[in-house]
Write a protein that binds this ligand. Structure first.
Ligand code: GLC
Length: 405
């Protein structure tokens, strides 16, 4: 249980980052650099707020997020609510987006876990009834538009969709541009421009073979989300829907365990959807199956071995986004993101997995070290895994998850 003062600090920060207007209410990731609404950030904020005893704020945030869902069920990865196009960071707005207020991409579907937390904390049945069909619609969209005939795993068409923007495994897949100075930024925008030429339509994107990755962390959230939806539909008494969702969740889990697994490394890697080969580049996503249900004990032990190895993921302030042994590891993620520093949203996910599988002492240890990061450096965007020094934005909202660990 977190000390009250850490929880209180988390509440104060989440309040400070609230953005609201006539028809929206959400928490910005940070007021300066990230003032808009991001899909997985908002879901993490809702999880934090629910567990901090503020279900009403969590509900407002998820309602706003889902109100921006497209009519076909796609949930945009970034939404310019209200102040949108006039805000000072509006240079990020891309004129080639079909809708200037909503990104044409998606992000990991953490929203189902947020709704599950809200339910657990409130047992608010009318809210659940209103919201669940919308969340299910988004998962249906992912299944139809992003899985393929040979696998239930879903694809991302841009590193931005994974939430792990500059993860080293993407470098090679992005081609030569990524090797230039600032090349990853150029490559990501160039890719998005080309996706726009395909109308962001999956058939055409696949035909042109620009970029298609069955990313492990995205699929872990997809499987966990399907599992959560199954349980929640059971609450609503819809047994056949619940069973269908639970079955699909199991299929996705099995596919991750079979198709993403590398027996030599005993880790999980993304699949390049164009060639159906593993991208053998260890990163935090390689450990994320630890959060899955039904993980055989031998596979659990392998992942725990990697997590607790001092030369890989068990740094002074775990969990580094890239293992310490990787040539890509940089403790201070100055230029590129997700290439070394510790991120608290991922620590929260792994912590949940450790509890699920009964590694309670390790879960406590991870929680303790995560809280220590906040004590030392505040709620930062990410942290140096060797020293605990904060990096990126200050007062970063999803780092309040430390207070509920
Ligand atoms: C960065 C992160 C992404 C996050 C966004 C807003 O782009 O890589 O995961 O959603 O910032 O916080």
């Amino acid at each position: 249980m977190a000390s009250p003062s850490l929880q209180e600090r988390a509440r104060i920060l989440l309040d400070k980052n609230i953005k609201s207007g006539q028809n929206y209410f959400y928490t910005a990731p940070s007021l300066r650099k990230y003032p808009h609404q991001w899909s997985w950030d908002s879901s993490f904020h809702a999880i934090a707020n629910s567990c901090l005893g503020r279900v009403d704020l969590a509900q407002g945030e998820i309602l706003t997020l889902l109100s921006s869902m497209c009519s076909d069920g796609r949930l945009p990865h970034l939404i310019y609510q209200g102040q949108g196009l006039t805000h000072k960071s509006s240079h990020w707005i891309r004129w080639y987006w079909p809708d200037p207020y909503r990104s044409p991409l998606v992000q990991p579907p953490v929203v189902a876990l947020a709704v599950q937390k809200i339910w657990e904390q409130s047992e608010d049945l009318p809210f659940l009834k209103e919201i669940l069909p919308l969340v299910e619609k988004h998962f249906g969209w992912l299944r139809v538009h992003r899985s393929s005939a040979n696998s239930p795993l879903v694809s991302v068409f841009s590193p931005w969709e994974s939430g792990l923007d500059h993860k080293p495994g993407f470098d090679r897949l992005l081609g030569k541009l990524s090797r230039l100075p600032l090349g990853l930024y150029i490559a990501l925008y160039w890719l998005e421009w080309r996706l726009s030429k395909c109308g962001f339509e999956e058939g055409e994107i696949r035909r042109r073979r620009y970029f298609e990755v069955k990313e492990v962390l995205f699929n872990v959230f997809y499987a966990l989300g399907l599992e959560a939806l199954g349980k929640l539909f059971l609450v609503l008494g819809d047994r056949s829907k619940a069973e269908g969702l639970a079955r699909l969740s199991q299929e996705v889990v099995t596919a991750i365990l079979e198709q993403c697994y590398d027996p030599a490394a005993q880790l999980y890697f993304d699949i390049d959807g164009r060639t159906w080969t593993l991208v053998r580049e260890p990163a935090i996503s390689s450990l994320s199956p630890l959060a899955l249900p039904g993980l055989p004990s031998s596979r659990r032990e392998e992942l725990i071995g990697h997590l607790t190895s001092k030369g890989e993921f068990w740094s002074c302030f775990p969990i580094p986004s890239v293992p310490l042994s990787s040539p890509h590891f940089r403790a201070r993620g100055r230029l590129y993101l997700w290439r070394g520093p510790t991120w608290i949203n991922i620590n929260w996910l792994i912590w949940e997995g450790l509890k699920r599988h009964g590694y309670l002492w390790l879960a406590d240890e991870l929680a303790h070290k995560t809280k220590k990061l906040v004590e030392l450096s505040g709620f930062r965007e990410y942290y140096d895994p060797l020293t605990g020094r904060g990096g990126g934005e200050r007062d970063f909202s999803w780092s309040t998850l430390a207070a509920i660990m």
